[in-house]
Design a protein around this ligand. Structure first.
Ligand code: PLP
Length: 436
């Protein structure tokens, strides 16, 4: 308990936090973890159904990943990106092996934002065009072009990059297109994006940047034909398609890449989070051959001191090998199909608060509403109460706007899912007078 107090005290005194007013409530202390559990110094345990920032796909403290980092640390902890290093080559080979044919090369970054930053740079250099189209319901990271590509409120105070245009993606539950079926939503959203392309001037547009499944914006599963349709529009106008797989990739959907489920191949793939479950910061861009070849004889104007950092690379090799040999991606698919789909649908049947359930694999959202007819979102006060009640019962949740995102590690067990569903059920059933 004294260590928890000390952690809070030091945090209050010296740590400046992301996306928050610094005088906010004391953050939760987390001192350790294993698999889908974390705990504080006093030993209070939480079932981690957030996977932290939806990134600890392999679970906490996987021994193979910890060992890979330790072994690399004993061998060599830093080497310039210009050198060849075995861990880096092995990591890149494993990532390329999971990408579609024609993706052989990986540019490594420190995380997801700079992955998008460099994908945008590559698309601009390849096309000789400038504009980047992305959706209002998106998050792409907190740096120059990535934050201005982002659609949500985090963009507004940060709009210092130029050449960004936004459009609405499909979201049937709150359709911008008066659609009543997924097919209508898909067709009308496609017509909208094509009209935006034409109105902006197709020859000015370098890239369309999309999260394959918008994550923080609400786990918005694309309707039938949507991603294939965007690919066709990109092809028609010579635009590069960048799919941001930072949150959706590396197991979250029960597939290595989320786009593998949607019959679409992008020109550039960005990744981070799940590739090594964040044990060491890492991300990157997987580059299709036509774009990579531009830089055979021409200098690529970009780089980072820690591009392909040995500890990050070793952790990628360790994580991907363990995910493969232990069937961890398959487990995520099975848990989604056999447990979460029905379990969460059952919560919706029991609790009028749940307006919609959507997701796949271990990537789900419960959209909470004060009124099922009007679909009015529940208030921030209701969400704060739900958060406190979930934590009180030992479940660490991921909340965004009026939603609970159900996003455990891909290694989550059947018993842990049952335990979490029981906690969600109890909390959603509480008398929440301010819900209306
Ligand atoms: N892209 C998506 C889809 C994300 O969810 C995130 C982070 O949440 C990012 C990019 C940014 O990644 P990072 O925070 O590693 O820069």
């Amino acid at each position: 308990p004294e260590l928890d107090e000390l952690a809070r005290e030091l945090d209050r005194a010296h740590v400046f936090h992301s996306w928050s007013a610094q005088a906010g409530p004391d953050p939760l202390v987390i001192a350790g973890g294993t698999g889908s559990r974390v705990w504080d110094h006093a030993g209070r345990r939480y079932l981690d159904f957030s996977s932290q920032l939806v990134n600890v796909n392999i679970g906490h403290q996987h021994p193979a990943v910890v060992a890979a980092i330790r072994e690399q640390a004993e061998l060599l902890t830093m080497v310039s990106p210009a050198t060849a290093n075995l861990a880096r080559g092995e990591a890149a080979k494993r990532i390329a092996a999971r990408a579609p044919a024609g993706f052989e090369r990986v540019f490594f970054t420190n995380g997801g934002a700079d992955a998008n930053e460099n994908a945008i740079r590559l698309a601009r250099l390849h096309t000789g065009r400038d504009k980047v189209l992305s959706t209002y319901r998106s998050y792409h990271g907190n740096t120059g072009a990535a934050i201005v590509s982002t659609g949500d409120w985090r963009r507004f105070p940060n709009e210092f990059a130029r050449g960004h245009v936004h459009f609405f993606g499909p979201y049937l539950y709150r359709s911008e297109f008066w659609a009543e079926t997924p097919e209508q939503e898909s067709e009308r959203a496609l017509r909208h994006v094509e009209r935006v392309v034409q109105s902006e001037g197709a020859t000015t547009i370098a890239a369309i940047l999309l999260e394959t499944i918008p994550g923080t914006a609400g786990v918005l599963i694309p309707p039938p034909g949507y991603l294939v349709g965007v690919r066709a529009i990109a092809d028609r106008y010579g635009i590069m398609l960048i799919l941001d797989e930072v949150m959706a990739g590396f197991g979250r959907t029960g597939r290595w890449f989320a786009f593998d489920g949607y019959d679409v191949v992008p020109d550039l793939i960005t990744f981070a989070k799940g590739v090594n479950s964040g044990y060491v910061p890492a991300g990157g861009v997987v580059i299709s051959e036509p774009i990579a070849r531009d830089f055979d004889e021409t200098v690529f104007p970009g780089g980072l001191t820690y591009s392909g950092h040995p500890l990050a690379m070793a952790s990628i090799v360790g994580a991907l090998d363990a995910m493969e040999s232990e069937g961890i991606v398959e487990n995520a698919a099975r848990v989604g199909r056999e447990l979460l789909a029905d379990g969460l649908a059952h919560l919706a049947e029991r609790h009028p608060l749940v307006g919609e359930v959507r997701g796949e694999g271990v990537f789900w959202a419960l959209e909470l509403v004060a009124d099922r007819e009007t679909r009015e979102p529940v208030s921030a006060a209701v969400m704060a109460r739900l958060k406190a009640e979930l934590l009180r019962r030992g479940l660490l949740p991921f909340l965004a706007d009026n939603r609970i995102h159900v996003v455990p590690p891909c290694v989550v067990t059947d018993d842990e899912v049952a335990e979490a569903l029981a906690i969600y059920d109890e909390v959603l059933g509480l008398d929440l007078p301010s819900a209306g």
